[in-house]
Design a protein. Sequence first.
Length: 260
Amino acid sequence: MRVFKAHLGALVMLWSALALADDGERQLSISVGDWPPFFVASEPGQGTVARLVRDIFAAEGYEVTFHFLPWKRAYREAANGKHDATAIWMYTADRQKDFLYSEPVMNERFVLFYRKDTPIEWNRMQDLANLKLGGSIGYSYGPEFDNAIANDILNVEWVASTELNFRRLLFGRIDAFPEEINVGYYILRRETDPQETGRITHHPEPILENQSFLLFPANEPETQTLREVFNRRLQVFRKNGRYDTYFETKPQASLNKVSK
């Protein structure tokens, strides 16, 4: 009898959990890289784009948990189905074998950061050939930049983070490095004192201007539904003006509204 009661209690608990799952929000797991101000593990809202993505899914009855990981691991785990999506990524053709792309989530503008006392000028990739450049492991800076690396036109030293690239830049170990303009200035102001911040600027010519996307694992059964849900509500946010409110608190040079 005690065994029967134990089994009965377990069944009641299971039934209660299923009932709560049916009545409440469905849980979603999204892998991301730390990319302030858009994704910031230590902030209450976890960044502007994190809030946007979370609210889009919440409006459709989903609750999102973001898992902050190194970029390569975030990609790999999502591709293997450990997460429902990964955010946010620029378009490359090779990623289509692993993922389905959402509608564009935001625009990005990558520029070269350098020291004011050592200015740089460039119009084409070959102009950067004699510079010692930095890069962040797991990043792509677009097809033109990637091809220049593959063809040994550019000399790039890869490190783990943008913070390390700024430190190397300040100590003269590299001449310049590319980063999304809003991300770069956010991290620079967060990680350095005002005197150090004042030594750094950026070149106005963009290395890359592109759109970025939420990626959904290609072979997971719920992927098509989740993508449709996300795309539909994203368009609603754009049309009713709610999208723009996520980027109004700070000047965001790269966040002009994406037109479709």
